[in-house]
Design a protein around this ligand. Structure first.
Ligand SMILES: Nc1ncnc2c1ncn2[C@@H]1O[C@H](COP(=O)(O)OP(=O)(O)O)[C@@H](O)[C@H]1O
Ligand SMILES: [Mg+2]
Length: 286
């Protein structure tokens, strides 16, 4: 007979991931992942899951959110973040990704994925159409934005419709300035809540560099009247599997738990949960 605590975990997991994929199921991999997270973070799954379930319920019951992944620099991971966060969030919410980058690299990625994408996808660079985005019937619309300065007008039009912004950032001193500029020029003046997400984190030489960088983000003076830059506690490590995804038309939820994909599955799951918990808390205090 199943242990009562296991049954409780199962019920909570089913609430979080209500529709296991029908074919070649990697659902168990996700269950394992959550169990691993409990061990890794020394959290009790029972205390973690009700928050996620609450986030799920609040997302479903409330109005839609537009989440923009921003940064006026190419190659920092905007498209990778948009597609993989969308994949994770689509486990418990209805999600659409919109590519508003005229370079359309994410659109090509989505075309290669075709019917296999676990969320809806469209591209739109007509500014007049962006205002219609809020009428879409999704829990979350994630927007992948251009990195080129030439497309600032698209970014501006989009941010007028945005509820939350994520700025990917490689943990290197040189990378802060462009992110700071995007936030200063486009996000902060509109009062959009935001967080930076450390991406391409390299832990091969230990956590020392990462911890110094986190301290810099938390205590540095980047904007007037504010200490530090708000950041996700979780981060995305550098992983080879990520490089293959656009060409193969895959997203992180397509992978089963192997040595090569384990870190990426864990990282995106953690960031998606952190974001949903942040939103749930925001609504509770609103
Ligand atoms: N965490 C990561 N680990 C390894 N490669 C990554 C990671 N994030 C992004 N990349 C790679 O970096 C490159 C740029 O990422 P991309 O998402 O296209 O950036 P952007 O949309 O900001 O231009 C791509 O080749 C992508 O596969
Ligand atoms: Mg891109």
């Amino acid at each position: 007979m199943a242990h009562a605590a296991d049954q409780h975990h199962d019920t909570a997991l089913n609430a979080l991931f209500p529709q296991p994929p029908p074919l070649g199921s990697n659902h168990d991999c996700w269950r394992l992942e959550l169990v691993r997270m409990r061990v890794a973070h020394n959290h009790d799954l029972v205390t973690q899951l009700p928050c996620a379930r609450l986030a799920h319920a609040l997302l479903r019951g409330g109005s839609m959110r537009v989440l923009a992944v921003v940064g006026q620099k190419g190659g920092i991971g905007k498209s990778t973040t948009a597609m993989n966060l969308a994949a994770c969030m689509s486990r418990s919410s209805s999600v659409a990704v919109i590519d508003v980058d005229p370079q359309a690299s994410t659109t090509k990625w989505a075309e290669r994925a075709g019917e296999n994408l676990p969320f809806d996808f469209t591209s739109e660079t007509d500014i007049s159409m962006l205002s219609l985005m809020r009428q879409l019937d999704y829990d979350v619309v994630i927007v992948d934005t251009p990195g080129s300065l030439a497309d600032q007008h698209v970014l501006s039009a989009l941010l007028d419709q945005t509820d939350y912004a994520i700025a990917p950032l490689s943990p290197s001193f040189m990378e802060i300035e462009p992110v700071q500029r995007t936030l200063q020029d486009f996000v902060i003046p509109r009062g959009i809540p935001y967080r930076v997400l450390m991406n391409k984190v390299d832990l091969r030489d230990g956590k020392g560099d990462l911890e110094s960088f986190e301290e810099l983000l938390d205590t540095g003076s980047f904007f007037d009247g504010q200490v530090g830059i708000p950041r996700f506690k979780n981060y995305i490590r550098q992983a080879k599997v990520m490089k293959m995804m656009p060409l193969q038309g895959t997203v992180i939820t397509d992978y089963s738990d192997t040595r090569n994909s384990r870190a990426a599955i864990s990282d995106y799951t953690s960031v998606a949960l952190e974001l949903m918990n942040l939103w749930a808390r925001e609504r509770k205090t609103a």
